[in-house]
Design a protein around this ligand. Structure first.
Ligand SMILES: [Ca+2]
Ligand SMILES: [Ca+2]
Length: 412
């Protein structure tokens, strides 16, 4: 009797084991689960934006995928396309017209979906401190969507993990300044997964067998300016100064003047200014400087000269934070692709004291400055109450531009 019972027990276990084995393809029976220790790398930042110095790939041209030497899908990925579709968001590319889309194979949420590109001409990232890109993905669970980016230089590699959000563009800056081989990048690989614990799922539940999580990458670039918020202590985002000390602390880029006309200079950048007519600087100017000269160079006009400059009045010795808008909409040379800008602080008294704390810098599109041919000096209802009196003067030389013109009044 005992023997029979043991045999029956053994049989039951054998059948159960066989059933269990059949439920999985051979080879991955016990392989793969989510990894609770997998987190964003400490040298990876989620940023509000970035202004590249080098664009590696903007994915706007159809030949950016599926060609030799271009982006190619790898393990866990079915294919890679050049896309202008967004399943549940954010409904637009991060930049330009198209993005790179990596289509998920039938793999578990926590398995990597990879894509890579090999560079015939190695990339030189020695001039930038960050590899920057925007990433978007399908959504399922609430968190732990991870992008792994690996830079290769021959046999050596540099791996970084970023956390992103689904259905929106996460902007990622991977610090590369501590990687000695960043001047010779031969390959870039991206991989994506949802680091989700399947423990609570059973066969047949949605997402148990596989999760079809696609992801997208846009505006892959090398940058020094990572949002120009200056919220990382010691990170000046490539800004340098002459005649002043510059540092980042307390959420500000701090300029401590040591000369009579200190200059703050941006890193080399690639920034469209045809659609951004204003350089906006939020700051506290606790210094005696009462003017700022804004100067710039562009891709089209790369030499520093007076034709690409404008002087603005600023309030000196002001402990209040103000948003200073340098509206250049009337300047004929503020156009094309901006390469670099600098601010020179001026004062009548040759001051070199105080501190200027810059909270953030932005490019904005504001209403163009209107130019009037003259000035209105009087507009009132006459004492007799039967007339409206309007007086004004045209600027010298303007009158001939309006020869035969008619003055019209509109009631609003
Ligand atoms: Ca793009
Ligand atoms: Ca700030």
């Amino acid at each position: 009797m005992m023997k029979l019972k043991r045999l029956k027990t053994l049989l039951v276990y054998s059948v159960l084991l066989a059933l269990t084995l059949q439920a999985y393809p051979a080879g991955i029976v016990f392989a793969g689960t989510h990894d609770p220790d997998l987190k964003a790398s400490p040298h990876v930042l989620n940023v509000t934006g970035y202004t590249p110095s080098i664009v590696i790939d903007d994915f706007n041209e159809p030949d950016a995928v599926n060609q030799p030497g271009k982006w190619t899908s790898g393990a866990g990925a079915e294919k890679v396309t050049y896309a202008d579709r967004y399943a549940n968001g954010p409904n637009s590319p991060y930049e330009g017209s198209h993005v790179l889309e990596v289509w998920s194979d039938e793999v578990k949420a926590y398995e990597w979906r990879t894509v890579s590109r090999t560079f015939d001409q190695p990339l030189d990232l020695s001039g930038v401190n960050y590899l920057t890109f925007a990433a978007n993905c399908y959504g399922w669970q609430t968190e732990d969507y991870l992008i792994k980016v690996t830079l290769f230089s021959g046999e050596d590699s540099y791996e970084s993990i970023a956390q992103i959000n689904p259905n929106s563009w996460s902007k990622v800056a991977v610090s590369v300044k501590d990687w000695a081989l960043r001047d010779h990048v031969t390959k870039i690989e991206f991989a994506f997964m949802l680091n989700f614990d399947h423990g609570g799922l059973k066969p047949g539940d949605p997402g148990y067998e596989f999760w079809g999580g696609n992801y997208q990458i846009d505006y892959l670039s090398g940058s020094n300016a990572i949002g120009m918020d200056f919220n990382v202590d010691g990170e000046t985002e490539g800004f340098t100064a002459q005649g002043a000390e510059v540092d980042a602390a307390g959420g500000e880029l701090r300029l401590t003047p040591a000369g009579v006309a200190p200059v703050l200079q941006s890193p080399m950048i690639i920034q469209d200014i045809d659609h951004y007519n204003t350089l906006s600087v939020k700051w506290k100017n606790e210094s005696p400087f009462s003017k700022v000269k804004v100067e710039w160079i562009t891709e089209e006009s790369p030499d520093w000269d007076e034709t690409k400059s404008e002087v603005f009045d600023i309030e000196a010795d002001n402990s209040q934070s103000v948003e200073q808008e340098f509206n250049l909409s009337l300047h004929p040379e503020w156009s094309g692709s901006l390469k670099q800008f600098r601010l020179t602080f001026l004062s009548g008294g040759g001051a070199s004291t105080g501190e200027i704390g810059i909270d953030q810098i932005r490019f904005k599109q504001l209403a163009p400055i209107e130019v009037f041919p003259g000035e209105l000096t009087k507009h009132e209802i006459a004492a007799s109450r039967d007339r409206i009196v309007i007086e004004g003067a045209l600027k010298p030389g303007e009158a001939e531009n309006f020869e035969g013109g008619v003055l019209q009044l509109f009631e609003l």
